[in-house]
Design a protein around this ligand. Structure first.
Ligand code: HEC
Ligand code: HEC
Ligand code: HEC
Ligand code: HEC
Ligand code: HEC
Length: 355
């Protein structure tokens, strides 16, 4: 027995570590290969690799100071269990929080790992049922961000404005068939092509679940409506980076294009003393544009005077995880092709000729 172990025994501490095989994702993965494999594809496993995150850090420090930069890093790279990312023990060893916001999780590697099962035989490590694991509180402790600077993400409080289960997991598919993949909208930054395409397909499907498009006749024109079907704002989280918009194309019966334009969008407006800016670190004010949970936004398009013939309207909802102006301002042109413009929904409508 080593002198340290003797000392610990003498002082009444139990030297037996609860996680004898280590606390990193790869240590867990040596026994839980399927969970490790799907976790590796999740945004949590990449929580520091976003070039947008990396490029913002020095600007955050310049605009809001060193402590602000450290706050960004502390939540994105909490270093639970030795990994630089949000990792297995961030969720499975979380035992509570010091407030449901700003990443104030309490992670205790000496307590049994959280499971949903009430009975479990296992020689490898202790396991205990813990309601926190599947609660919105666990996710929301990191997904409710009040600062630093103008950073403001309120996914947890948005969820709690709605009726229904206090949980994120059912919609974001933790566990179950999709394993630990977690459906999200961010690109799989830096991943091989096939993995990025797969992430894109999932992002498109998630956007489509979040936004319902309807196009109805209204007077002589049409009314285009987007309705939020998620239980938080769309977009939520880093909404100031996102771009969600509705395009309208109007053609005559011969197919000739009469008009192509953006009808409206759900983008945040960032301003520095009244003038628009791309980056939150340059802004003095952020005006949210996201659609609150359950809400709809409509815009009516009126047939222009003189265009009395039959018309065909094409309405397309599009979304990008990161706005073009943000990528340009961060000089991330090299990463720009990793950010796909998704077609989320489309509808066509024929307007008969008017007398
Ligand atoms: C030496 C192998 C081994 C290592 C390393 C290991 N586990 Fe386990 N774990 C098991 C076994 C065996 C079980 C029993 C249930 C099973 O077969 O999944 C289990 C059960 C669990 C459960 C409960 C499963 C359920 O169905 O609810 C969770 C959660 C869990 N482990 C997480 C982890 C995490 C997180 C780590 C890393 C900190 C880890 N494990 C490391 C072997 C291991
Ligand atoms: C973002 C939080 C989170 C992270 C990170 C996470 N898990 Fe889980 N894990 C969960 C939740 C929630 C469940 C319960 C899913 C359910 O039953 O609905 C779960 C379930 C499990 C189970 C039970 C079997 C299953 O797949 O449902 C095992 C084993 C497990 N996780 C291991 C791991 C390992 C190993 C890692 C890291 C490679 C990891 N988890 C990372 C949240 C997380
Ligand atoms: C320890 C903090 C932490 C916890 C706990 C946590 N998350 Fe996250 N989550 C993050 C961070 C940081 C990111 C951003 C990663 C990145 O750079 O894309 C993220 C990203 C995500 C994304 C991807 C967003 C996108 O646009 O692609 C989803 C979805 C998500 N988390 C859901 C959950 C759910 C559901 C839970 C609870 C089961 C949870 N998170 C628990 C910190 C956390
Ligand atoms: C009713 C289903 C539902 C629930 C519950 C839900 N989400 Fe979502 N979430 C969605 C849909 C649909 C999207 C895609 C639309 C969008 O991007 O907002 C999404 C997107 C996201 C994103 C991507 C960022 C973005 O651009 O919006 C994050 C992060 C996220 N959810 C986190 C959470 C967290 C954390 C919780 C729990 C506090 C949660 N979600 C609860 C359905 C849900
Ligand atoms: C308390 C936790 C927390 C803090 C603090 C925090 N973030 Fe995040 N961040 C998140 C979560 C959760 C997400 C996922 C939300 C989403 O995708 O909409 C996220 C997503 C992001 C993304 C998008 C990731 C991608 O794939 O492109 C960027 C960029 C980002 N954060 C930058 C920052 C910067 C810069 C700071 C500091 C000013 C910061 N964050 C502070 C939790 C945090």
């Amino acid at each position: 027995m080593s002198r340290l172990a003797l000392l610990l025994v003498a002082s009444g501490c139990t030297a037996a570590p609860t996680l004898p095989h280590g606390a990193s994702a790869s240590a867990c993965g040596s026994c839980h290969a399927p969970q490790r494999a799907s976790f590796r594809l999740s945004a949590h496993a990449r929580s520091t690799s976003s070039p947008v995150f990396q490029a913002l850090l020095p600007r955050v420090e310049a605009a809001w100071g060193r402590a602000a930069r450290e706050a960004c890093v502390k939540c994105h790279a909490p270093d639970h269990g030795g990994d630089e990312v949000v990792t297995c023990v961030s969720c499975h060893a979380a035992v509570g929080n010091r407030g449901e916001k700003n990443g104030a999780l309490v992670v205790d590697l000496d307590r049994p790992l959280a499971s949903t099962k009430t009975r479990l035989q296992n020689d490898a490590h202790a396991v205990a049922p813990r309601g926190l694991l599947t609660s919105a509180s666990l996710c929301g402790t990191c997904h409710e961000v009040h600062g630093p600077g103008l950073f403001d993400e309120r996914t947890l409080s948005e969820l709690r404005e709605t009726d229904g289960e206090d949980a994120c997991v059912p919609c974001h598919q933790v566990g179950g068939a999709d394993g630990h993949r977690l459906a999200g909208v961010d690109p799989a930054w830096g991943a091989p092509r096939a993995e990025r395409d797969d992430a894109d397909a999932r992002a498109r499907a998630l956007w489509a679940k979040g936004l319902a498009l309807s196009v109805d006749f209204a007077g002589g024109g049409v009314r285009v409506t987007l309705t939020n079907q998620a239980r938080h704002a769309v977009p939520t989280g880093v909404a100031m980076l996102r771009e969600v918009w509705v395009d309208l194309e109007v053609r005559d019966v011969g197919g000739g294009l009469l008009r192509a334009s953006r009808l409206f969008d759900l983008n945040a407006t960032l301003e520095q003393d009244g003038a628009p800016v791309a980056l939150i670190t340059d802004a003095t004010r952020v005006i949210p544009g996201a659609l609150p949970p359950g809400a709809s936004r409509s815009q009516t398009w009126a047939r222009p005077a003189g265009a009395g013939g039959a018309l065909e309207l094409l309405v397309v909802v599009r979304a990008r995880a990161v706005r073009r102006d943000v990528l340009e301002a961060l000089e991330l042109q090299a990463s720009a092709d990793e950010v796909t413009t998704h077609e989320v929904a489309r509808q066509t409508l024929r307007l008969p000729a008017v007398q």
